[in-house]
Design a binder for this molecule. Sequence first.
Ligand code: MYA
Length: 599
Amino acid sequence: MSLRSATLLYNSAKALRAYQPVAVACKRYLSDTSFARGIFMGELREDELFPYPDVLSEEQKETVSMMMEAGHAFFQETNDAAANDANEAIPEDQLDQMRALGMYGLMVPEEYGGIALTNTMYAKFGELSGEYDLGIGIHTGAHQSIGYKGILLEGTEEQKAKYLPSLASGEVFACFCLTEPSSGSDASSIKTRAVLNEAGTHYVLNGSKIWISNGGIAEIFTVFAQTPVVDAKTGETKDKMTAFIVERSFGGVNHGPPEKKMGIKCSNTAEVYFENCEVPVDNVLGDIGGGFKVAMKILNNGRFGMGACLTGTMRMLITRAIDHANNRKQFVSNLREYQGIQQKIARMNLLCYANESMAYMLCGNMDKGAPEYQLEAAISKIFASQSAWDVCDETVQILGGAGFMKDVGIERWMRDLRIFRIFEGTNDILKLFIALNGVQDIGKKLKSAGTVGAMMGLMKSKFLPAAPLKTKVHSDLAPSVDMLRGDIAKFSVSVSEQVIKHKKKIIEQQVLLNRIADVAILLQSMGAVISRSNTAADKGDTSEITLANAWCADSHRRISVLLEEMASSDVSKIDLAILEVGRKALDANGYLAKSPVGV
Ligand code: MYA
């Protein structure tokens, strides 16, 4: 580490110790007060949307700036992302510098040796690994975003005091062990078991986990296992998931070789095996039988990190693409003069803006104490991973042949980014999660109305002229606000119609559920960009209104198409015809058509 970064690190750590992490006075949230959940109910929940969270004090902003400066210096002067990728490892001396920088305990309270960053501060610092090296982001993220997050969120005082100091310093690494050979998206189907020994002192843990980030280098494992639990009401014993803190030193913990991966190669990924590993009862994390909720809580809580981290990636890629477009001449002009290029650059900017707006709204609201953000977290994760992929793909396209060349350095980003749509909950499963949650909320509401007529009356009342917003929204944003309001009302009625039509069988209608989730994601993004640009305008900067209005107009157009498709029987027929092709190919065990040349 350079002297400059050492000084910066020292100063930033000192500045951080001078005050407590965020303690923002905030309104009280009820469990149903998430903006995303409101969308399904046909409500624009103004209190959840405005003002855009402004949770950092001036001192905290200064601290983050100093840390970012130290971080830039580290990534520019010490880290070599291409070498890490080629060597599939992070050099040991570099890990020491990361320890010295405090990169392993960013959100751990000071009393346990961490830097006590808030979610928003962590998010901002996390942009750096997105900008320079996603492999480093995964190594540090798997450690603290999910690896030991359970101890932070659910640990007892004793567990925190015992484990957090060595985890925060990076003396030991942590990992999150949920996925198994037969249990990926279907997380509750894990087979790893932990049975209490006769003495009642230890759980004996057996099972294997796969694709575990940091699995081969971790000393501390957050492990999810089935445990026999007696139902208090029926007296029946059933397996329920429980979370455990497992130390490698307990014995019976082994790992496989580092996996060979497409990307994020410098981060370690390995299988982890537990064979008669004896885990003291004190190492149960949360409640016995409450492990699934613990797993979901950790994942929900960590998902904002991806939105922030990939903001850094997108911003860097946009800069690379723009640099090329401004300097590369083809035919009569530089690429920048062509509409096709301008359209791509615009879309890349808008995707990044919408992603950044949602990610910082999410972590800002978490800092304000919002207890209900599971849909927002899933939306942010899906949007971030898909947008970063799209932005990277367009960067390669704008760079043309150069974009395909390894030395130019974009191809590594493409390989690294591919996993983001898969891990931390695949985008496909999270879309179903979003849609089904909303559908369930609507179902409950409709049930309370009684008759179908009353149900539709209830939902269509959303079309009545709404009272003016309490919030003073900049007049230039008015068309976007109107579109958002109208689209929320139409969406809610449209989903209600589908709930009435399909009843419980809606759960099987995945094509429909995907459209529902796509609309919800767009509505959430419209809300976030309106709120953010309005707050910026309140502070005298109206420049973001153009971005927000362009994003909202385009989203509105796409929502209209999706809603039309949801209601159209013709489209349903097309969907069925397409599904039929899929089923036939599956039955045939392969491609359906014969070669047109007869060979
Ligand atoms: S780690 C592996 C990630 N794996 C997953 O994410 C698994 C995905 N599967 C699931 O999430 C669940 O199994 C699904 C539910 C959603 C499919 N929040 O009947 P159910 C409640 C709160 O629907 P299932 C990795 O990849 C639900 O309401 N509650 O359950 C790391 C219900 O409650 P109740 C939830 O059909 C990679 C109950 O649970 C949630 O079995 C490394 C049962 O629900 C939820 N989300 O399946 C990444 N879901 O009983 C590194 C369900 O009360 C990170 N429930 O009605 C790097 C980050 C980037 C760097 C950062 C730097 C800053």
